[in-house]
Design a protein around this ligand. Sequence first.
Ligand code: HAM
Length: 413
Amino acid sequence: MQPLPGFRDFLPDDCAVRNLIFARWREVARRYAFVEWDGPPLEATELYRKKSGTEIVDQLFNFTDKGEREVAMRPELTPTLARVVAAHEREFKKPLKWFSIGQFFRYEKQQRGRLREHFQLNCDVIGEANLAADIELVALCIDILRAFGFTDKDFVVRVSDRDFWTNFLREKDISGDRWDELLQAIDKFGREPREKTVEKLGKLADPVFAILKSGGKSERLDRLVDGLRARGLADFVSIDVGIVRGLAYYTGMVFEVFDRAAKFRAIAGGGRYDNLIGVLSDGAVSMPALGFAMGDVVLGELINETAHVREKLENSIANSRKIDIYVVIAKEQCRADALGQIQQLRDRGYLVDYPLTSEKVGKQFQLAEQLGARVAVLFGDEWPQLKLKDMSSGEQQLVSKDDFMSHVETILR
Ligand code: HAM
């Protein structure tokens, strides 16, 4: 039996990597004073139909539940966030700075960097229209990747502005109901055959290609880069009007993060969605908002490819796996006493292991070594005295069972 296509089993090594990714995400989001929240993994399908855009609605894992409700496994968090904020808006002081780590589901064609489930870190700021929030958000995204050890040689944040394109469409007298479809076509430029983009854009194809080639100008983006320069982060960003984002709700600044070699798909993406809360609450609550999500799949691929980051991560995992104490049971008659001491050690918070069944003493010391134990404690003929071995220096001492705890504490301090 295999897992379903696009779904993963997380064996202990994979889980260790995942936990480390989550820990870094959480750590840096907290550094920026974001607070953690979460929503449900299942939502009404309608929530996504309203504003996520056709691409994501086509990829929904949706079904009719036993109460005849049309429901979908969440493909992203932003619509849930907008729903929750609209419902609880009065309970919080603005701006809200919220982050969340969770699993998401999209029925995509499985390919490199794209699965049918993945984990995302979402970071969003609600209730702040000032560009200062955009700068803070992009800086947070950069700092998260820096916390893994990535440098400006490894990744780049490509920033753009949707207004740039909506102004262009307005100038060309294109009616609003065609914008989503045209923006998606521009977004896919470079990932789809050129003829397909030409077919979708029609008479707009030539001017769009000309803009993509020349780069386009945006005063707002220049100020955003200046803000990052003031923090010493300008080398991590570049202005690229080719970034439009596939989701329909974005309104202003948008960005995506890519590896410098452009080998992988986007590591993260986000932007402003100033109208979404208003649309989802039928105008009851209106608040500017912006955010981004970083996925674990592409990030994991980039970590694997980047030797200096991978080594750092492997070392952290190896260290996090080490135990404090291995209890060697040399005489089975001592097992009950040993278990009494093990219980006390664990109550004090130490990481302790021991053989569940009778095992040769040599084998037990070998295991202590493999588990990275800093101390081995031997229960044997010497009882009620114990043999303590400092595993790094190899020093051994005989201690009474009453003094044992303070000796362990001294070695492990
Ligand atoms: P998104 O660009 O759809 O944005 O997803 C964000 C990131 O999640 C992507 O850059 C990618 O790394 C990862 N990702 C997405 N789909 C998959 C997949 N099928 N397999 C593996 N990884 C995937 C959003 O979801 C927005 N809601 C982000 C946002 C938050 N905007 C504002 N706030």
